[in-house]
Design a protein. Structure first.
Length: 256
């Protein structure tokens, strides 16, 4: 389809109930701030349902809304969040490619693949399988009770990948400072919940660790989606390089 026929085309944005409007060879994403509020409202609802159904004593209802079940509404939502983040990061990679910033392309694609992996892990439970597979190994550090083997492996892979894409990440940060700050904040909340709370619970078990961990992970992803949408702004549908003297606006020139 020729690129100029994109004008007026509407694309439904899934469960959010919003439309992505394509016109004049551009994609207009929903307001990042509106999208953040929507995600946070859904998270608050899911946390409330988790607490409510737990107090009823209904096993079937609790499994449906449990934050700790792999076959529950909160888990589905969390997986969908990460999948959306992966898609947005791929769009960012495309934007970086059109501007000829290959380092940014590599960094955005690696982050997109990481988000996709975590999306699948939410329902498939890869980290639990890794722990079970490496449990007999004596060289892999772990916490008491054979817990947390996956944390060491994930941390090692993360360090290697971050070193590899560090220049691309720096380039993205310079081009999209406002969006990058929000993504880093979200990543910090996500890691603090997914790893920090987990480690603390291994060392000093406490009630409510699952609620805190899962809530922080969902909020962290919501912040990362927010920041990525700010960085994207309005996207070019057609692939082209800027003409002489034309620069792509940074996210400091776009509204949140």
């Amino acid at each position: 389809m020729p690129s100029d026929t994109a004008e007026g085309l509407l694309v439904f944005a899934g469960a959010t109930g919003r439309w992505v409007v394509m016109h004049s060879n551009r994609v207009r994403l929903p307001s990042p701030s509106w999208f953040l509020v929507t995600q946070l409202s859904i998270i608050a609802f899911l946390v409330g349902m988790h607490l409510l159904v737990r107090s009823t004593g209904s096993h079937s209802l609790f499994e449906t809304f449990s934050l700790n079940s792999e076959a529950s509404v909160p888990t589905w939502f969390s997986s969908a969040q990460l999948l959306l983040l992966a898609a947005l990061l791929l769009l960012l990679a495309g934007s970086e490619r059109r501007m000829g910033r290959l380092g940014g392309v590599r960094a955005a694609r690696v982050l997109a693949l990481a988000a996709l992996y975590f999306s699948i892990d939410k329902t498939a439970g890869f980290h639990g399988a890794i722990t079970g597979f490496l449990r007999r190994s004596t060289i892999v550090p772990r916490f008491s009770g054979e817990h947390g083997i996956w944390i060491v492996l994930y941390a090692a892979v993360a360090v290697v990948l971050l070193v590899w894409i560090r220049r691309g990440l720096w380039a993205i940060r310079k081009t999209h400072p406002r969006g990058s700050v929000r993504v880093v904040l979200g990543a910090g909340v996500f890691i603090a919940g997914g790893v920090g709370v987990e480690v603390v619970n291994y060392l000093v078990p406490f009630s409510g660790s699952v609620l805190l961990k899962e809530t922080m992970e969902m909020v962290g992803v919501a912040l990362m989606v927010w920041g990525t949408m700010i960085a994207l702004g309005r996207l070019e549908v057609v692939s082209r390089r800027p003409s002489s003297g034309e620069d792509l606006p940074t996210d400091s020139e776009r509204g949140a």
